[in-house]
Design a protein around this ligand. Sequence first.
Ligand SMILES: [Zn+2]
Length: 442
Amino acid sequence: MKKLWLLLISLIGSPLFAEEFAYQAGVASQIITPTEPLWMAGYASRTKPCNTKKQDLWVKAIAIEDSKKQKLIVLTADICGIPRQLGVNVCSEITKQIGISRDQIMLTCTHTHSGPVVNHNLSDMYPLTPEQPERIIKYTEKLQQAMIDVCIKAVKELQPAQISIGEGKARFAVNRREVTPTGITNGKNPGGPVDHAVPTMKLTDAKGNLKAILFGYACHNTTLSGYEWSGDWAGYAQIELETKYPGTVALCWTGCGADANPLPRGNIELAEKYGKELATAVSDTLPKTFALTAPSTAKYHEIALPYDSIPAKGIWQADILNKQLAIRKRAEKYLKLIDAGTPIPKQYDYYPVQVWQFGDQLKWVSLGGEVVVDYVLRIKKEHGTKSPVWVTAYANDVLAYIPSKRVWTEGGYEGDSSMIYYGHPSRWSSEVESLIFAALSK
Ligand SMILES: [Zn+2]
C-alpha cells in the first residue's frame, strides 16, 4: 500500500502528470434576471416594460491558468450588449482585486433581444416610460457587481483541469441582407455568406468530470421579440447542455453574425429548436476535441475608428423634428455639443481588438461591436493557416455595427443606418475594415 502511495505521489510530480494538466480552470455563474419590470433591449418597437420570464438570464465566467501562471477570464452574459463603461468598470475592479491585466479578460454576451436594457447601450432607441431610466441605472449597477463576482469566483475555483477544443456545425444562421429594388433590407439572403462553425471548449476536472462547456455561434439572437425574459436560442442551448450533463455549466458567446438571423423566426418553438440544434452540434463535438497544452499569450488594443463625414448643424436642426425617436435624440445630443462650442467627435477612440494565442493550437480573436460575417471569413483565411481561429464578436464593448468594406459599400442597416441607434454622428469611414485588420497584426 505504501509503495502504491509513493508511486502515486511521484506520478503527480512527474512531467507526465503536469502535461495532462497543463491548465487549471474554474467556473462560476449567477442569475441576472431582473426582479422588477424593466424595458427590454434590442428592438425599438416595444411599448412597455417586461415583468415575466420564460427563462432565467445568467452571467457566467470561466477562468483558466496556464503552466506559466498566466490567467485568462472569459465572461458570458445573457444581455444584448456590454457598453464600454460597464466593461471598464468591471475590468478595473478585477484588476484591482486579483492583479490580472485588461488583456486577460474577455467580456462577451449572447446578444439576446429578450434581455433588459443596460445603461448606455442603445439607450436612445427606446420610448421609455418615466420610471425606467432610474431602474435601468440600478439594474446596470447590479449587473456590474454580478459580472465582477463571477469573474473573481471563477478564479478562486481554479483547480487542475484538462481543456480541450473542437468545432461543430449548426445551420440555422441565414444571411439577412436581402437585395430589393429599393435597397438592402433586413430579410432573407440564403445565398449570402454565413459562418456555421460552432467553436467548442470543454473543461474537465482532475477526475475527468465535465465541469464546463463554452461554445460560440455567429448569428443574431433574435428568434423572439415578445415580452418574456429569455436567452433565446443561446439560452435554450445552454439549458439543453446543462440538462444533458448535470453539474456542468454551459456558456455561450456570439460570433460575427451581425448580418445573420435565425430564420425562420418569431416563436418559442423555433428558439427551442435552434437551441437544441446548437446543443447537439456542441455535444457531438465533445468526444472529438483535442487537449490544449500550449501556454497562452494575451493582447488587447483599443484603436480609433474614424467617422465618415459629420453632418452640418442644419441637418441636426432638421433631424430634431423627425418622427423617429432615435433620430431626434441623436440630433438633440449633437446640437447640445454645437451650442456649447464643443466639436462633434471625428472618431470613436476605443474600439477593442483582443487576441489570445495558445501556441500553434488556437488563435482566439475577439472584436467589439456587431461584426458582420466577412470578418470571420477573412480572419480564418489570413490567420488560420497555422492553427484553428475563433472569432468572438460583441466582445468588450458593443458600440455599433462593424461593417466590412463590402457591406459598407453596399449600405443598408449594418453598413449605415444602424449608427443612428447607437448614437454615432455618421457612418464609419471606409477604412474601418483595414484599420481593424491592421490592429490584428499588432
Ligand atoms: Zn444586433
